[in-house]
Design a binder for this molecule. Sequence first.
Ligand code: NAI
Ligand code: MG
Length: 326
Amino acid sequence: MTHEIAVIPGDGIGQEVTPAAVEVLEAIDVDFDFVEGEAGDAVKEETGEALPTQTRELAADADATLFGAAGETAADVILPLRDVVGSFANVRPARSYPGLDAVQPDTDLVFIRENTEGVYSGIEAEIDEGVRTLTRVITEDASREIAEFGFRYAKQNGFDDVTIAHKANVMRQTDGLFLETAEEVGDSFDVDYDTALMDALAMHLVMHPEDYGVVICPNLAGDMLSDLAAGLVGGLGLLPSANVGEENALFEPVHGSAPDIAGQGIANPSAMILSAAMLLDHLEYGDEATAVREAVEGVLADGPRTPDLGGDASTDEVTEAVVDRL
Ligand code: NAI
Ligand code: MG
């Protein structure tokens, strides 16, 4: 069986790390048909559109999508792309790896971020000169869907602790509904869970990440807490993510186009390659996903490493080392 994969490298280091992930997928024994599409700043400059219809259709029709990163147009690319694949859950694992000099070496977290609403509803207005508002949307349906996904994920992946992040003491209506709904879901699962105010949680995650496992978050909290966790484990070059929908899914590193290092061939491809491993899991190639993860872990432990991790290797050298281990 051949799987069609939409490949959208985008801008900056997206152009460098996406081919690395494709190379790794080509090295394993699964048939893929890679179809490339354009998106981001460069294609907007050319055509006026950050996400051309052709690319949108590519992602809609493919079995899964690999996306690198976009630059300034990121919101115009990734929000509609997440929409195209119908993704309601953004899964962001943040783990520390043996041998790497992490701030917190005992971190093994997975953020399950609600991907469609909250303050990213896009409903903003200028209601008066110098006064702008934003409508924060929380629905019971989306809250239930993300909580069910999070608890199921915890059960399937052997996590015995779930935390529901919220700020219901202040955002009583919106996060009140999120919390209430997620707790109701939690009560129906055979998994221990806790609730935490998201600001205090940020502090606890920095000091004692080992106390946490799966963290179910409203949209913005998930975005911020997962970047915070990236800092605990060695930087954005290590964090993959999956945007999962009912039928379709899109895989991307958590990082952006990194204009400060783009074009130098030194971007860390690990986040993108680990995103490809999540794609393999999604298509039910669990053994192959594990093999890719172990190859990346081996290279992170023994080198070569890119400069963000203190080494002097190039993106290509790290990718070759991963492929060799496969
Ligand atoms: P960024 O993630 O691109 O970079 C933040 C820092 O991390 C930079 O110092 C960068 O060099 C480093 N970094 C990131 N990925 C790395 C990797 N693989 N290897 C080594 N170092 C890495 O975030 P920033 O600087 O806030 O945004 C840059 C551009 O990316 C902006 O135009 C932003 O809009 C866009 N962006 C796009 C996203 C997406 O497409 N999903 C997500 C976040 C930002
Ligand atoms: Mg972000």
